[in-house]
Each structure stands twice: as structure tokens, then as C-alpha cells.
Design a binder for this molecule. Structure first.
Ligand code: ADP
Ligand code: MG
Length: 354
């Protein structure tokens, strides 16, 4: 793995950038001027930056509803940082089952299906390991090998039992939905927007982005994929996409450098308990579902390019892989939608499956 500058700490920048705002945000929409409005706000929720751009009647109200919903989603259902949320209560009650909201049960069920489909490369029961490493947190450190071995004994998605509106994990286990929560937030934002007159929207929650509705002129949204070895504002390519969700996982998002100069990033290999050491530096996944795009970007990062293909196919998802040697591989379904903008640094590879 390439050496990086000293610790990044918490991720504060979105991983993918929306390059052009939706048409209505920058154009003067005389026709609909009286009824239309737009809103653009940034907020911090789920421990990351949430950026919201909406265009259409009721945008202000919808933007606030979305921020409130994302906070609610985290606090009531998904966070593992407190014992008040459903996930927090499952963790605190490890060894027994607890009552949870049907919404949380649905998220856990869908997530666990993806854990199984990816053969455990994506695993929502890594809480004992992720808290041990605490990458990006205040207590980040390289644990002893024996500590990692011990923590691994308390992981494994097959141990999560969901039964109607109850769920539980065995003693010592804990859930961490960090790899899926931001995608779920995008799905929730879309649910809110579908009930409004908002015409188009771009919402980014950390590394997950929701593209909603249609541009006035029917043109696709343009999403920049961050240069994983560039500065935080640099992108290396553009994806032109219609309404969908896009998530990126990479080794540069959260990491720290140990005293001996080794770099440890936040995506763990559930088999070894150590950060994934592969030929990839980032994976961007596009899907109709935010939950799926977020979960699969993490899963594909762990699996590597070849083993990711059947998983992507199963979920009708598309992806852009960036390898350590700066090759870019784009799956068939979005090959025509991708444009490499930094060809000095990166080379576009032919997809083997083409
Ligand atoms: P981000 O949180 O930056 O969006 P990811 O979606 O890839 O990035 O999620 C990474 C987070 O998920 C980690 O910070 C950790 O909490 C958790 N995690 C790490 N490795 C795995 C894994 N193999 N499967 C599931 N969750 C993981
Ligand atoms: Mg993810």
C-alpha cells in the first residue's frame, strides 16, 4: 500500500462530487418562478457531512425534513455509538434478544442478505473489531495480534438472529452498520422527496450520493469520482447518471499512520481482522438502492475486482474500480457513462467481461 500523509482523522469531504448542480439550481427558471424554489444546505449528521441541493416547490421544507430524518435514523435506529438506538440496544443486550422497530429489522435483514451474498466480505457484525481498531476515532491504534484473534471470535453475520421485530447477537458480539448507514440515509431522503413537489435533488451523505428526479433539460447528472491519490477536491473521472444512488469506499477515507510509518485504513478484512490489503484503492458502486450501493462498495473493496462481478450482477449494480497501479475498470452497464478526466495519472482498462 502506498504511504500517505499523517492521519486523516475523520472524513469530512464527500467522496464523490456532484460536478454540475441540477439545471434548475443554476438556471433562471422564469416559467415556474413563482411556484418554484430551491434549497442548498450543509449539515453534519451520522458523523459526516450531509450536503443537500434541491430544486422545486417546497425545497426548503424538504431539506430540513431530510436532515431531521437522517439524524433520527442514526439516533433511533442505526448508531452503535450509544446504547439508545436499536442497534445500540442489540449490542448492549448481546446474549439475549431485544425488541426493535420494524424499520431496523428490515435494514438488518437486507444487510444480512448482502453479507451472505458476499460470502462475509461485507459483515455487519464486525463491531468487536472496528471498536478495537477505532480507525478515525480518538483511540485508534494497531491492536496486538492476540487481541485481533480474540475479537474475530466474536464476529460473523450468521450469528445475528432476526425474528420479526426482535433481534439479537451472542454475548461479546456487536453490530456496526457504518458501511451501510449512509446509503440507507439516501434511501430515506428519496422516500421523503417522493412525497414532495421537488423536481430534482442531489444529496450526499459522506461517501454516498442520491441523485433524484430529472434535470429540466433531461440531461443526466454528472458525478465526479474522487481521485483517491489526489487532494480532497480532485476528481479523476465523471459518471453521467440518471436518478440513482452512488457510493464509494476507499482506503483514503479514514486511516492512520503508525509510528513505523505503516498505514491502516478503515475497511477490514473479516477473515484476518486487519485492514484489507488488496490491489484496489477505491470502488464506486451505482444502484437504484442506497443501501445496496453502500454495502456493495464496501463488499467489492474487500472482494477485489474478479470476485465482485457476480455480486454486482446479483444486485443489478454497476461499478468503477480503481487499482493501486492506477488502472480504472468500469463494468459494462456504465462503461459508456464514464469519462476518464485524469489520463495522466490513470489508465482506462478494458473490462474482461465486455
Ligand atoms: P464510509 O463509512 O466511509 O462510507 P464504508 O461504507 O466502506 O465507508 O464503510 C466503512 C465502515 O464500515 C468502517 O468505518 C467500519 O465501521 C465498517 N466496516 C469496516 N470493514 C467492514 C466490512 N468488511 N464489512 C462491513 N463493515 C465494515
Ligand atoms: Mg459502504
Amino acid at each position: 500500500m502506498k504511504k500517505k500523509e499523517k492521519s486523516s482523522g475523520k472524513k469530512i469531504f464527500a467522496v464523490v462530487f456532484v460536478l454540475l448542480t441540477v439545471a434548475g439550481l443554476c438556471g433562471v427558471m422564469a416559467y415556474d418562478a413563482i411556484k418554484s424554489s430551491n434549497a442548498q444546505i450543509s449539515s453534519v449528521a451520522m458523523g459526516t457531512v450531509v450536503s443537500i441541493k434541491l430544486n422545486g416547490y417546497g425545497s426548503d421544507k424538504a431539506a430540513q425534513q431530510i436532515v431531521d430524518r437522517i439524524n433520527d435514523l442514526d439516533n433511533r435506529f442505526l448508531t452503535c455509538k450509544t446504547s439508545d438506538s436499536d442497534v445500540g440496544r442489540i449490542n448492549a443486550g448481546a446474549g439475549s434478544t431485544v425488541n426493535i422497530d420494524g424499520f431496523t429489522a428490515g435494514i438488518l435483514t437486507k444487510s444480512n442478505e448482502i453479507c451472505a451474498a458476499g460470502d462475509g466480505a461485507f459483515d455487519i457484525t464486525l463491531g468487536s473489531l472496528t471498536s478495537l481498531w477505532d480507525i478515525g476515532g480518538e483511540n485508534q491504534r494497531v491492536p496486538l495480534h492476540s487481541e485481533i484473534e480474540k475479537a474475530l471470535d466474536f464476529t460473523g453475520y450468521k450469528n445475528l438472529v432476526i425474528n420479526g421485530n426482535t433481534a439479537g447477537v451472542p454475548t461479546g458480539f456487536s453490530l456496526d452498520l457504518g458501511a451501510v448507514g449512509k446509503g440507507v440515509a439516501c434511501d430515506e431522503a428519496r422516500t421523503i422527496l417522493l412525497d414532495t413537489k421537488v423536481k430534482n435533488a442531489i444529496i450526499s451523505v459522506g461517501g454516498s450520493v442520491l441523485l433524484f428526479g430529472e434535470n429540466e433539460d433531461g440531461s443526466p447528472f454528472r458525478v465526479g469520482i474522487r481521485d483517491p491519490r489526489g487532494d480532497s477536491g480532485e476528481y479523476m473521472g465523471i459518471l453521467k447518471l440518471n436518478s440513482s444512488c452512488v457510493s464509494t469506499s476507499g482506503d483514503y477515507e479514514k486511516y492512520f499512520t503508525s509510528a513505523d510509518g505503516s498505514v491502516y485504513h478503515h475497511i477490514l478484512n473479516p477473515e484476518t481482522g486487519y485492514p484489507v490489503r488488496r490491489d484496489l484503492i477505491s470502488v464506486t458502486v451505482c444502484s437504484d438502492s442506497g443501501l445496496v450501493s453502500d454495502a456493495l462498495s464496501t463488499a467489492c473493496f474487500v472482494l477485489g475486482y474478479e470476485k465482485s462481478l457476480p455480486l454486482l450482477e446479483k444486485y443489478s449494480a454497476q461499478a468503477v474500480f480503481i487499482t493501486t497501479d492506477k488502472k480504472v475498470i468500469v463494468t459494462d452497464g456504465i462503461a459508456d457513462s464514464f469519462e476518464l478526466t485524469n489520463s495522466d495519472k490513470y489508465t482506462l482498462e478494458q473490462n474482461d467481461n465486455a
